[in-house]
Structures are given as structure tokens and as C-alpha cells.
Write a protein that binds this ligand. Structure first.
Ligand SMILES: Nc1ncnc2c1ncn2[C@@H]1O[C@H](COP(=O)(O)OP(=O)(O)OP(=O)(O)O)[C@@H](O)[C@H]1O
Ligand SMILES: [Mg+2]
Length: 337
């Protein structure tokens, strides 16, 4: 990334991975992965990497392109351009080692949980030997004889995950595994996915609710309108805070801040400057203001919830393509600039 000499750059914390940068021991690598339907670009030059043994969250609002991306990773949708490598091979070529729950698993309501898995195992050509083991893994062994139609939503979801585990996969890809679950159901799925990662499997999941997965994922990619906004650890994402500065004259202070941080990260709210910064940038902001003869009377870092960070990153993202470093771009809420 290039920045003008007087800028301090984008917040360092939330964007440790430059698009296309190789990650250690990658299980999934996408390189400018793009999908267009007609004239609409639904996945836009997405470059990211998933490490072995991590739970990776793919987060974004409805229509962000999450399912389309997961389907490209599974070889179910052909990219328009760019590439995806899964377990060292082109997407789709490693299907025997990838367990997925992307569309509903197509389970029969009148068959028991166990019989559903037997049908799926035969269909997938993996034999039924692992059926009882995966029922155990998802904690459904004692309800395995009951009809699927009588299961709670959380149990249905866990049986779907069990189906994805029949192949004993190195990589598990799950589309919205916590969707529609109550807190107890989310907690069950969270425990299950953590156990899978503990067994050395890699888990890639999507969600449109950060709060549902923030305690589950090691790292997340936030996407909106098909574009990567941030790829980061959850902790680093949380660290992206707001610096509130009381300064006079305000106009001069705002001009200095805009020059230092770029206009997107500066807004004036209720007579104070609101700056999107990481904690490490506070001193540089203060120094620049003082050097410009601005009186700084207050300088405080406000922590935000992850939900706020997520909303800020994803809100109002229907605009034109961003600068050439989309993964490092942070956005302000519409109307705050
Ligand atoms: N086969 C298709 N033909 C045309 N457009 C499609 C097709 N599949 C997906 N799209 C469009 O691509 C965009 C992204 O869809 P996608 O299902 O990938 O989003 P998503 O992030 O999974 O959303 P959600 O959170 O609602 O599941 C949407 O605008 C959708 O209408
Ligand atoms: Mg989807």
C-alpha cells in the first residue's frame, strides 16, 4: 500500500493480511476470485487465505456474496475470473476431503437421524462405518433413532453438520450454521465447531451476524457487495476504535486529521472530531494537531462492540469500487463523513 508521506496509513490492527499475501499452511487461498451473473458482479476480486486448523468466519450482510463464494470453493459454481485453491488443489478437485453444508442437506423428515446419515453415506460412496461416530460427535447418539422431522432446529442443524463429517473431511464448509438458532442452539453449534477445530480440521463458515460467531471464529473476513472489507482476527477487529478529539479551532483540526488519516476516517459530530483509528495512532494524531497550532482539550479512545464495528464496515457499501487496497479500507456510516 502506498500512502502520502504525511499520512499514518489505515488502522494497522484490523487488516494484517494484504490481499493475495500467502498465509502460513493455507487450506484455502483465493486470488482475485470473481463471479458475475450477467452485468452484476456478486463476488468481486476476493483474495483471502484460511489457515489449517482455524475456524474462519465469512461475514457479511444478506446478498454480500457469501454463499456464492462458498459454492465456488466447493466447485459448485464456476468463477468468472480469478482462482480458488482448496487443500492445495483447484476448487472442486479436493471434494473427497471437503465436507460441506451449503444448501440444506436434503434430509428426509420421515427417516430417523441415523437412517438419513446412512442414505447420505451410501450416496456419497463413503460407506456407513462412520455414521455412529459422527452422531456421537454432534451429540445426537441418543436421539439417532427418532424421526428427523421431530428434531428441534438445533438438532437438525447438528445432523446436517454430522452429514458433512461423514467423509472425515480435513475441511468443513458450513453456510450459516447458526442461522435461526436460539442462544442455546448457537452455543451447541459453537461447541461442536470448536471440537472439530480441536481435532485438527479447518472450519469455514458464513454468517450475517457477527455476534453469533464472534466467540467461535479465530479470524474473519468481512464482505459486502462481493468485496472484502477486512480480513482480521476477531481481537484485532475489536481493536478498531474511535478516537474522539475536542480541539479548537475545529476546522483546522478537521483539516489536519483529514490530511493525516484520509477523509473517510474523519467526521465532525457534535462539535468534536470522530476519528477511526487504532490505539497506536493516537499519539500521531495529537502530535499533528499540536504542530498545526490546534488546542487539544480532550482525546479519548472509545471502545466499540464488534456489532458496531461490523455495522460500520458493512453499512452503505453499495457505492463505486474502492481504492486498490480494498482489504485495508475501513468505512464510515453513511452521512457521518
Ligand atoms: N444463480 C444466480 N443467478 C443470478 N444471481 C445470483 C445467483 N446466485 C446468486 N446471485 C446473486 O448474487 C448475490 C449474492 O448472493 P449470495 O447468495 O452469494 O449472497 P449471501 O451473502 O449468501 O446472502 P445471504 O446472507 O442472504 O445468504 C445476490 O444478489 C444474488 O441475487
Ligand atoms: Mg447465503
Amino acid at each position: 500500500m502506498t500512502t502520502a508521506p504525511e499520512t499514518v496509513g489505515r488502522p494497522a490492527a484490523p487488516a494484517p493480511t494484504v490481499p493475495g499475501t500467502p498465509v502460513a499452511d493455507p487450506v484455502v487461498v483465493t486470488d482475485r476470485l470473481t463471479k458475475r451473473y450477467g452485468r452484476r458482479t456478486v463476488v468481486d476480486a476476493l483474495s483471502l487465505g484460511v489457515r489449517r486448523g482455524e475456524v474462519f468466519g465469512f461475514l457479511g450482510p444478506n446478498g454480500a456474496g457469501k454463499t456464492t463464494t462458498l459454492r465456488m470453493l466447493l466447485g459448485l459454481v464456476r468463477p468468472t475470473s480469478g482462482s480458488a485453491t482448496v487443500l492445495g488443489r483447484p476448487a472442486g478437485a479436493s471434494v473427497a476431503e471437503v465436507g460441506a453444508l451449503v444448501e440444506g442437506p436434503g434430509l428426509y423428515p420421515f427417516l430417523s437421524g441415523r437412517d438419513n446419515l446412512r442414505v447420505l453415506a451410501r450416496y456419497a460412496g463413503v460407506g456407513t462405518a462412520r455414521v455412529d461416530a459422527v452422531l456421537d460427535t454432534v451429540d445426537l447418539a441418543d436421539r439417532a433413532g427418532d424421526r428427523f422431522g421431530t428434531y428441534s432446529l438445533g438438532m437438525k442443524q447438528r445432523l446436517g453438520i454430522a452429514a458433512a463429517l461423514l467423509k472425515d473431511p480435513a475441511l468443513v464448509v458450513l453456510d450459516e450454521p447458526t442461522n435461526g438458532l436460539d442462544p442455546a442452539g448457537i452455543s451447541e453449534v459453537r461447541g461442536l465447531l470448536r471440537r472439530l477445530a480441536g481435532e485438527g480440521r479447518t472450519v469455514v463458515l458464513s454468517s450475517h451476524l457477527l455476534g453469533e460467531v464472534e466467540h467461535l471464529c479465530d479470524r474473519v473476513a468481512v464482505v459486502a457487495s462481493g468485496r472484502l472489507l477486512v480480513e482480521s482476527t476477531v481481537d484485532d477487529l475489536r481493536g478498531l476504535g474511535r478516537l474522539v478529539v475536542d480541539a479548537r479551532p475545529l476546522d483546522t483540526a478537521a483539516a489536519v486529521a483529514r490530511r493525516l488519516l484520509g477523509p473517510d476516517r474523519v467526521s465532525v459530530v457534535d462539535g468534536a472530531l470522530h476519528l477511526q483509528t487504532s490505539p497506536g495512532e493516537t499519539a500521531a494524531v495529537n502530535r499533528a494537531l499540536v504542530l498545526a497550532d490546534v488546542d487539544v482539550t480532550g482525546l479519548r479512545q472509545e471502545a466499540r462492540t464488534l456489532e458496531e464495528v461490523f455495522l460500520q464496515l458493512t453499512d452503505g457499501d453499495a457505492g463505486p469500487p474502492p481504492d486498490p487496497a480494498p482489504a485495508r479500507r475501513t468505512r464510515t456510516r453513511r452521512g457521518e463523513r
